[in-house]
Design a protein. Structure first.
Length: 495
């Protein structure tokens, strides 16, 4: 860790920003992503064009998926002991196809220019390969800790001879079971999975979301100028990190600060260092950056959901092909993980786009936790009330025969639909409010850029003013933005 901290001081940030596994620097493929984004705005582009902007890691992920899928399918089909037939192959295809279809509409149709295809592949793969195994491990640990505590509590009651309390638990076993399933749904399943989804998303660094990390060169320059986070002067920050936050001011800094060849013995080295530290400007608006956050989180959650469906359908259920298809269908028509990720994105956007530093992990995952916990609780309680479940435990636990009435089943599913519909309305309301404030910030940015860049008026400022004037204006603009956010922005209340 100490070596990493020292490296951060000595190695340029542009060389520290690399992919996992392949260690490919971001700048090797980010320029192509920016070019494709510009082309998308002007004339549109297809899958073939976007495939040229993929990093080596994304290419390896796609090839690995195709190779593993082909090997496993052929092995199961030609293994004489296997019962894997055409029906199971259809279910496998549907398991991946539902996630891919949702991702196609959500990203490719509506947000193609907000987030690159390379980022979508990486976030989906992270949810599939990292999120689900991590969640299963932590759920198993937490579940066994709870079970051990309950056994100790039950043994303690036996030691103190609290026979009346034990008899009360046995007589009200049905209610005790239902309460325990509700607690399990909220504090074991939902909380663990929502935290794993959030931290899986945060663990992936990508140039499209570099503004969310401390690896953003231009953001570090702004922090240096306005908050003095780094022990360097304003002039050093402007020349080292690329200067202001707008594309026009960065171009001006390159024009004013760029060393001329022929001045000194280290001319070529200085020129190479300057080119190495410069980033191409990201022309996305704040609303597009907010859309990129939402798409990335949904992509990660769809990868998580795809892997979880595969586990539940093929590993945790010993059923027929028709029953596997029914399980997959029920799990697909309620995209709880994707909807929960969208709810989480409201908090992430508020924290990183609207710059509300009071937002923590708890406030980010709370709406998704309520949705996920309520949905799981209803399903778990329904499972408790099933006739087969009560009959199975009737001999050992003094439970009488119980048949769940039809009206209770219908009412439960109506409640589930109401919960999902309420979560959708909550997201739409919160997203609409956030977009309103983001559009206001974008309007303020345009007005401030017109003041700096010089407009039709005779009293406008120019980019050729000295650094002190520019820094003062940049500081005033940031202060106005913070004041406006504090006065106007309020999070939507959870009803």
């Amino acid at each position: 860790a100490q070596e990493a901290r020292e490296a951060r001081l000595l190695v340029p940030l542009k060389l520290q920003r690399v992919d996992y596994l392949t260690h490919q620097p971001f700048y090797e493929y980010h320029d192509e992503i920016l070019r494709l984004r510009q082309q998308e705005r002007e004339e549109g582009s297809g899958v073939i064009q976007h495939s040229k902007g993929l990093s080596r890691l994304s290419g390896y992920l796609i090839l690995s998926f195709l190779a593993v899928s082909g090997i496993v399918t052929l092995t199961l089909m030609f293994n004489p002991r296997s019962q894997f037939g055409i029906g199971n192959a259809v279910v496998v295809s549907a398991t991946f196809g539902t996630s891919f279809m949702l991702l196609y509409f959500f990203h490719w149709v509506f947000h193609r220019s907000d987030l690159s295809l390379d980022a979508v592949i990486k976030f989906f793969s992270a949810g599939f390969l990292i999120g689900v195994p991590t969640a299963f491990i932590f759920e198993a640990i937490l579940f066994n800790v709870v079970i051990a505590f309950l056994y100790l509590f039950y043994g303690f009651l036996g030691l103190v001879k609290a026979s009346s309390l034990l008899e009360f638990i046995k007589r009200h076993n049905r209610a005790t079971w239902i309460v325990s399933e509700i607690l399990n749904a909220f504090f074991v399943a939902a909380m663990t999975e929502e935290l794993c989804k959030y931290y899986t998303f945060r663990s992936i660094e990508h140039p499209d979301l570099i503004f969310m990390t401390d690896m953003d060169i231009h953001q570090q320059a702004d922090n240096t100028i306005m908050r003095s986070l780094y022990p360097v002067s304003d002039d050093d920050a402007m020349s080292t990190f690329g200067g202001a936050s707008t594309a026009r001011s960065r171009k001006s800094n390159r024009r004013n600060k760029q060393p001329k060849l022929g001045e000194g013995s280290d001319d070529k080295i200085a020129q190479d260092q300057l080119e190495m530290m410069e980033d191409e400007p990201d022309e996305r608006t704040l609303s597009q950056m907010a859309g990129a956050i939402t798409v990335a989180m949904v992509a990660s959650s769809l990868g998580f959901s795809c892997a979880e469906n595969f586990v539940y359908v093929f590993l945790l259920s010993d059923t027929t092909v028709m029953q596997k298809g029914a399980i997959l269908f029920v799990r697909s028509i309620f995209p709880i993980h994707a909807l929960g990720a969208a709810l989480q994105s409201l908090g992430v956007i508020r924290k990183y786009i609207l710059k509300d530093e009071s937002v923590g992990v708890g406030r980010i995952i709370l709406p998704a936790l309520i949705l996920h916990g309520t949905f799981d609780a209803v399903l778990m309680v329904l499972n408790c009330l099933q006739e087969e479940t009560w009959n199975y435990y009737a001999d050992d636990m003094y439970i009488t025969e119980f048949t769940m009435p039809l009206w209770l089943s219908i009412l439960s599913w109506i409640f589930v639909l109401g919960v999902v519909a309420g979560a959708v309305m909550f997201y739409k309301f919160g997203n609409r409010r956030q977009m309103h404030f983001i559009y206001q910030l974008e309007s303020d940015e345009i007005e401030d850029d017109n003041i700096i860049g010089g407009g039709a008026g005779s009293g406008s400022y120019s980019l050729q003013t000295d650094d002190d004037s520019y820094n003062n204006h940049n500081h005033n603009r940031a202060q106005r933005r913070r004041n406006k956010q504090e006065e106007k922005y309020k999070a939507p209340k959870i009803v």
